[in-house]
Design a protein around this ligand. Sequence first.
Ligand code: BES
Ligand code: ZN
Ligand code: ZN
Length: 500
Amino acid sequence: MKYTVKQGKWGVKDIETIIIPVGEKEAYPKGAPKAAEVFYKGAAKRKSFEGKKNQLLFVGLPATGQNILRHALFVGLGKPDALSMREFGEIVGQAVRQLQAKKFSKAGFWFRAELSEYQDSVGDMAETVAEYAELASYEFNTYFKKKKPVMKSFSVYVDKKDDLALVKKEVTKGAKIAAIINESREVANVPSNDMRPKDLAAFAKDGAAKESGLTAKVLSEKEMEKLGMGGVLGVSRGSSEEAQFIILEYKGGKKDDAPYVIIGKGITFDTGGMSLKPSKYMEEMKYDMCGGANTIAIIRSVAALQLPINVVALVPASENVPGQSGYKPGDVLNMLDGSTVEVLNTDAEGRLLLADALVYARDYNPKVVIDLATLTGAVAVALHDAAAGMFTKSDELAEALHAAGESTGDTLWRLPLLDRHKDLLKSKVSDLANIASVPYGGSMTAAHFLNHFVAGKYPWVHLDIAGVAWQGGGTKSLAPGATGAGVRSVVEWLREEATK
Ligand code: BES
Ligand code: ZN
Ligand code: ZN
């Protein structure tokens, strides 16, 4: 979507409708279209629209002349002190999706001076408006002959001249990051017949080429064999598609600054392999590369913001399908760190792939490593779609990331790493097994498996995004499909790190 920021009144030719945020029980805003006043007051009288949080009032204005705006959408913000930045964003997103569904292609947003009563930061609000508008406007349209309507332009009108420069800057930033996230959502939504490991690698390379300071390279299976990445190669063996180990590097900091390493699970389709999954919902396993796609979005966002830090993104990409030469239950894999793993279930493939990446990350002497993965169905049992599961031994990282999640609306919730669960990964024939000996605590035992390969070498956070990576039916402010989970919280956290 195209964004413009202007000071003063909207021109009727520039937009088809104006979005007007109002507080609870607010008198008719001075400067709003005159013709809408009777509708606004009538709705208030009937109590059908009182500016309560998430209420919407769409008004078609009487066409009394050429130079009159034909539509207005009032959106309720509720009471000032009870509105979070996330809720504000979701209200904007909801407005955009409603208008888009009505085939409006040009909307305006009145960034009223009164909004600063709601939040003290005009800049944050401006960024939030653009970010949520852009995320809301995305539709997965690729495979339709008749496309769903998508909004084309979004104009933000500020009251105060003093705010103009700041709002412009923040709108540009918010829209840019959201557009990067949307590209990753698209790649995640594309089904596995068009999104093989090589396609994901091509996407990463193309993305890197678009940002300055970002470089890409990809390790082939041959190179992985030389290194001894038995985890990635074991998972990939059943597929005729070659696995890819994608490496993106961003250098924004000093040459010797220890980098932040972000790792994403890139399973372009997870059938479960020989331990085949049931057919019901199996199609959703095209999303098993969301961690990888979102990792690419994180490092691209960092580059787009030109943060003064060094960041590396690692995305091991593979299919997990049964095949004549595929790995089988009982097989023992030789991992990159020299550990041996007994595969008791070929459907627990993500951890095998990530293990090699976690070991590979050691060579960077990382400051912190964060991995994002649709790792376990169990995390959705625990947290549903309300939050990603967060595992770390560091209270400090857990607190900082949780706070970043709260402020962006990309929620992270800490779950424990307990010794009791670690002990369940014992194998009778190798150093450890890839699944636990009990069917309980699946997200925790998976996190322990990863922790074996972290081996205390660096501070580490694991984000299990299996419950939040996609929304089958969409939400009020997002289209059905991939959500970009984990991107905004990690980017927000990195922005804070960059100021240290
Ligand atoms: N990709 C799945 C996890 C998953 C399941 C994500 C459902 C989203 C929705 C992962 O590879 C997997 O299959 N995990 C198994 C682990 C089990 C075999 C220990 C699971 O969660 O059932
Ligand atoms: Zn699996
Ligand atoms: Zn998987």
